[in-house]
Design a protein around this ligand. Structure first.
Ligand SMILES: NC(=O)c1ccc[n+]([C@@H]2O[C@H](COP(=O)([O-])OP(=O)(O)OC[C@H]3O[C@@H](n4cnc5c(N)ncnc54)[C@H](O)[C@@H]3O)[C@@H](O)[C@H]2O)c1
Length: 321
């Protein structure tokens, strides 16, 4: 096995994808990226995410849609491993337009898998989500827990992606790891996510809207830790045959929404001004990852305490807005 690989990153102009591509290039790999600048959030944010990548000669970018069959029919890069991050993300917007989510997250994934079979590309790390656990009663959430009760269209599409991956593993021998990310945050975080929205409003001295009483909890994971887990999966896939696995990438340290908001008020040095609103349909009560398997199989080792990660996010936000 060569030390260096050529890795396809779908969704590479997004939040996690751009961090992952930065890391892989710094490690010496070659990265081929695909992104269609989906209008879910502003294109200019994604072009900014890409700017540093485009300046590097081991990076090649395709502005294309993963649901475009003609694109896949003509796409002929030699790839060793695929990290599939391109998706319609976000729980709440998936309630408004489920068919878009199904098209990108399921049909798009199927076209990618079909391309892999045709091109004899054998290795895939797939971005799944903690949302597949729904309102799981048991904590921490373990990969062996049932995930048959998704409570949003988004969660359904991620579970469907995991199942589709199993089918392609079984039929065509693809080696696949489904990675379930738990609320990733950090520099370049998507503007629709709570930490980003709250920081923006706090720094503008505007009130924030909080859904529920503040008791909902999330297992926030700093993006560099998530990237370390993805890279662990890429290495594992490169070294092993006949792989199909599903692995949590979380932090095992859930924080309530109220604690999160209090920390952000402290870091932005603003006076709390909170409007409490009812819980949103589709939102789960809490997430909490069991990361034993990630530690054992991938050498995953999340390191960043929430306070430190949030400080880096707030500093990044101030420097870039
Ligand atoms: N951020 C999180 O907390 C989190 C949690 C769980 C799972 N995930 C998953 O991780 C992945 C990356 O999430 P993110 O937060 O970086 O989101 P993001 O929206 O910043 O990145 C996704 C990228 O995919 C691209 N994309 C969307 N549809 C596409 C299409 N049809 N063709 C090509 N590109 C397309 C978008 O333009 C975007 O740049 C997603 O699959 C998401 O569902 C994220």
């Amino acid at each position: 096995m060569n030390t260096y690989s050529t890795i396809l990153v779908t969704g590479c102009a997004g939040f996690i994808g751009s961090h992952l591509a930065d890391f892989l290039l710094a490690e010496g790999h070659t990265v081929v990226g695909i992104d269609n600048f989906d209008p879910f959030y502003d294109r200019s944010i994604k072009t900014q995410n890409l700017a540093g990548l485009l300046a590097q000669n081991r990076f090649k970018f395709y502005e294309n849609d993963i649901t475009d069959e003609v694109f896949w029919a003509n796409f002929s890069e030699n790839i060793e491993v695929v990290v599939h991050l391109a998706a319609k993300a976000g729980v709440r917007p998936s309630l408004e337009n489920p068919s878009n989510y199904i098209n990108t997250n399921i049909n798009g994934t199927q076209l990618l898998l079909g391309w892999m079979v045709r091109r004899n590309v054998k290795k895939l790390a797939f971005a799944s989500s903690s949302s597949v656990y729904g309102n799981n009663e048991k904590a921490p959430f373990s990969e062996s827990d049932s995930v048959d009760n998704p409570i949003s269209p988004y969660a359904f599409t991620k579970k469907a992606g995991e199942l589709l991956n199993h089918t392609y593993h079984h039929l065509y021998g693809l080696d696949i790891i489904n990675l379930r990310f738990f609320t990733v945050y950090g520099e370049r975080q998507r503007p629709d996510l709570a930490i980003h929205k709250f920081t923006k409003l706090m720094l503008a001295q505007q009130p924030i809207s909080m859904y529920g009483t503040g008791s909902t909890a999330r297992d926030y994971t700093y993006v560099a830790d998530t990237v370390q887990g993805i890279v662990g999966a890429v290495s594992y896939l490169r070294q092993h045959q006949n792989v199909f696995d599903t692995i949590n990438l979380g932090n095992s340290s859930p924080v309530t929404l109220q604690q999160l908001v209090d920390t952000l008020y402290e870091l932005t040095e603003q006076t709390p001004n909170i409007h409490y609103l009812p819980m949103q349909p589709g939102d789960v009560e809490r997430t909490c990852a069991d990361v034993q398997k990630a530690k054992q199989v991938l050498g995953y080792n999340p390191q960043t305490p929430l306070h430190e990660g949030l400080k880096r996010f707030v500093n990044w936000y101030k420097a870039n807005h």
